[in-house]
Design a protein around this ligand. Structure first.
Ligand SMILES: O=C(O)CCC(=O)C(=O)O
Length: 276
């Protein structure tokens, strides 16, 4: 069984589903080749960056506009990232999120005809190699704790921009099958995995699988699969869009009255598992 597929292999639905169930993820290279919906979102992001340069009279100290924004104008970049996050507010982004091409695969992998999304679940990432980037790095975690609704849910990780291999995501294969992951709440209010469990169980027993950033690619992974950010070591900013989907017909979603996550501010203890 394999994890990485090419665009022309997506008709082989039973193989895709088996791999997803076994490993917790699949990646499809070139998924967005010749895709107008994807191209339009990429274009809109470029336009936003150009407009913010113009409006803020930002001097061109670097030829790389995006890198310069992260280095010298975090607030401006932050506003653009906010537009693409919690939830996406750019219509071309919303169109991409709702495109049949993605939804058909999501329905297949979740075995559902009734797909929804969670509030605050989208995330636009533009990650450079600057030291300050560490603030936003994601250590080992699973998404379910942050987007509670139902375990029958997945994350779509979409490669945007023009550059390859500038960071990415590392996955712990099959870790979505771990039952009762031991957690504690860290200083910043977010769930963390017990250190001993990470050391003695996750790092020892679960294979690591690195997926370097690749524009036009799509990764779909189970919301319980453990993963972490791979640092970008190049000056080319990694642009990634994350969308999340869930099965609204699942027993868990119904029993929770489709309650989703609505934090008032970052760090709220909105993901207290005991509530559910
Ligand atoms: O850096 C990344 O692309 C991983 C992001 C991530 O794990 C998340 O937002 O849950």
């Amino acid at each position: 069984m394999k994890i990485v597929f090419d665009k022309n292999e997506i008709d082989n639905q039973s193989v895709l589903k088996k791999s997803y169930q076994e490993y917790g993820l699949i990646m499809i290279k070139n998924f967005f080749d010749d895709d107008e919906i994807y191209d339009n979102y990429n274009k809109d992001l470029k336009t936003l960056i150009r407009l913010s340069y113009k409006k803020n009279n930002i001097k061109k100290t670097e030829s790389n506009k995006l890198y310069n924004l992260r280095k010298n104008n975090d607030k401006v970049l932050g506003s653009i990232l906010d537009l693409g996050s919690k939830n996406n507010k750019i219509l071309s982004g919303i169109k991409l999120k709702s495109s049949d091409k993605i939804l058909n695969l999501v329905k297949l992998l979740l075995s559902s005809k009734l797909i929804g999304t969670m509030s605050v679940s989208d995330r636009l990432i533009m990650a450079s190699n600057l030291k300050k980037e560490e603030k936003w790095f994601q250590g080992v975690h699973m998404d379910y704790n942050y987007v509670l609704q139902t375990k029958k849910s997945l994350t779509a990780h979409i490669g945007l921009g023009n550059y390859k291999n500038n960071g990415g995501v590392l996955f712990y294969l099959k870790s979505h099958k771990i039952k009762n992951l031991p957690l504690y709440i860290g200083d910043n209010g977010f769930h963390k995995i017990e250190k001993d469990f990470l050391k003695n169980t996750v790092y020892k027993n679960y294979d690591r699988f690195e997926i370097p950033h690749m524009p036009k690619s799509l990764i779909l992974f189970d919301s319980q699969l453990l993963h972490e950010t791979i640092r970008n070591t190049s000056k080319n900013v990694r642009i990634t869009q994350i969308f999340r989907y869930s099965d609204l017909a699942s027993k868990e979603a119904i029993s929770k009255n489709w309650v989703s996550v609505e934090p008032k501010k970052i760090g709220d203890n909105y993901f207290d598992r005991l509530k559910f």
